[in-house]
Ligand binder design. Structure first.
Ligand code: 5CA
Ligand code: ZN
Length: 409
């Protein structure tokens, strides 16, 4: 699938250093140390049934920032993202609104591309739809079959395929949920703990047999379509290989999604699925997590259409630490607009305070678990200080572009 145009990312003088990020599995900060100087990163993509809201944008900006910091440390980044372009919520929305599901997905993916390029998010090297990954999914299920960890439910009408999650060593290491909590969350987030015929209520669907009126594809498993988790496992293994550096998404994906992906990956390859699991916090509105299913959304496209500068939207989101959960208020945008204006005015001055100490301090803040609130405060301070270095404005503008993705000049 086509991604979106890449923004220019300047290289700053003096690359090197190390990024520490919070790993969900260890609940600790760990260094990202890619082999051969090339980090492999997978970030779960959208289910395209409604336009990009600020929660999505916040999550994708967190990983954009992570990529920018890795590049500034001197690493290349191989970045893969999926699009869940066939799944229950998409089909249900298409059905409810009388739109063709493929058209709905295509339209929403295009809106997402436009939003991501307006926000200057670096596109993935591989942008892969669930539909186009069906051959890889079927191959992966075939290799799981050889390990004896998959089965068909005893249902003469719909003998769907399931994966035995408890066969994975260390299943649960990401989410660390009790059995009861895991069951409850599984039921809320697309799982089917009550389905009769499963060996364990947490076992996850990997291939769903064709139902009347639903899209389906011929395969060695029977005619059907992929389950959700196996889609990301197959795409990540195909385009990045096992034991890749960073698996990313919002914190609502820790369980069941990333736990299930890791379990499938570990069993299929006998290697760790990813080295580090990084999760962004949830953005809320009016007391609840912003979500397509609840409809309490602030859409990036709508803010842009109402004249908001995408760079101010970007700064508004970067004003919060990527791991925190927070509520969007309109003051976020007005505050960011003021900040953007102050920074733009400061870099346009004929001279300013020396850029080098500022850039080093911003780098240190970002390398310590992407501390954007600290980085932004440092730049505020620089902008409020006079100085006599005529090169400072250009240097700071370039650093803000490279590290934060915000264009000032
Ligand atoms: N297609 C799957 C992943 S394979 C999916 O979760 N799609 S999504 O469209 O529902 O979400 C896309 C990304 O946005 C996920 O990483 C999710 O964690 C994140 N996200 C969704 N809602 C919010 C929110 N309110 N705040 C922050 N991130 C969010
Ligand atoms: Zn995913």
């Amino acid at each position: 699938m086509k991604a979106w145009p890449a923004p220019n990312v300047p290289t700053l003088p003096g690359v090197g250093g190390e990024l520490l990020v919070h790993d969900t599995a260890l609940d600790a900060l760990v260094a990202v140390q890619p082999e051969n100087n090339r980090a492999r990163m997978y970030v779960c993509g959208i289910t395209p049934y409604d336009a990009t809201h600020l929660g999505h944008a916040n999550t994708y900006l967190a990983f954009d920032l992570l990529q920018r910091v890795l590049r500034d440390c001197g690493h290349g980044v191989l970045f893969t993202q999926n699009v869940t372009d066939v799944d229950d919520p998409l089909l249900e929305r298409a059905q409810a609104t009388g739109v063709d599901w493929q058209q709905l997905a295509a339209d929403q993916v295009q809106l997402f591309r436009d939003d991501m390029s307006a926000l200057r998010v670096i596109p993935p090297d591989h942008y892969i739809g669930a539909v186009e990954s069906i051959p890889a999914v079927v191959d992966l299920i075939e290799s799981l079959k050889l390990t004896g960890t998959v089965y068909q439910v005893d249902d003469s009408q719909y003998p769907d395929w399931y994966f035995e999650v408890h066969r994975a060593p260390e299943f649960g290491r990401l989410s660390k949920l009790s059995d009861d909590a895991a069951l409850a969350v599984f039921g809320e987030r697309g799982g089917d703990p009550e389905r009769p015929g499963k060996r364990d209520p947490l076992d996850c669907l990997i291939w769903r047999m064709e139902r009347p009126g639903e899209p389906a594809w011929d395969s060695r498993l029977g005619r059907g379509r992929p389950g959700w988790h196996i889609e990301c496992t197959a795409i990540a293994l195909e385009y990045l290989g096992a034991d890749f550096d960073v698996q990313g998404g919002g914190s609502d994906l820790v369980f069941p999604h990333h736990e299930m992906c890791a379990a499938e990956g570990v069993v299929a390859t006998r290697r760790p699925f990813a080295k580090t699991y990084v999760h962004a916090g949830m953005v809320g509105l009016h007391g609840e997590k912003m979500s397509k299913s609840k409809g309490n959304l602030v859409l990036v496209s709508r803010l842009r259409a109402s004249g908001a500068d995408p760079m101010a939207i970007r700064l508004a989101l970067l004003g919060h630490h990527y791991r925190s959960d927070w509520e969007w208020v309109t003051g976020d945008l007005t505050g960011a607009q003021q900040r953007l204006a102050a920074w733009r005015e400061a870099v346009a001055r004929p001279s300013g305070a020396a850029a080098e100490p500022l850039i080093e301090a911003v780098r240190q803040a970002l390398r310590a678990d992407l501390d954007t609130p600290a980085a932004l405060a440092l730049i505020d301070q620089w902008a409020a200080t006079d100085g006599d270095d005529p090169a400072a404005g250009t240097q700071v503008a370039q650093a803000v572009d490279a590290l934060l993705g915000v264009i000032l000049a």
